[in-house]
Design a protein around this ligand. Sequence first.
Ligand code: ZN
Length: 85
Amino acid sequence: MEYYCPRCGSKKIVTYTTSFNCIRCLDNEGFPLEFDMEDFHTIEDKSEILSVREKLAFLKAFEGDFKDPEKRKAFLKSIEEDMEK
Ligand SMILES: [Zn+2]
């Protein structure tokens, strides 16, 4: 499989064991965007692939929410409501 940057489509990337960096794209803190190869395999629409740092930020936000019982309740309720539709 040939990897390319999901953001800019560039094939100028640096590959590691399980991830790759785009040499052109930087995140808002100036770090190269790093993507998991696994996401590249599993996500059909490459534009939906999140960088590793984006995923971490997402998980952290999620975890934070789950420590707050009120937010957790609201979240679970929203899932239930989704299922009732
Ligand atoms: Zn790029």
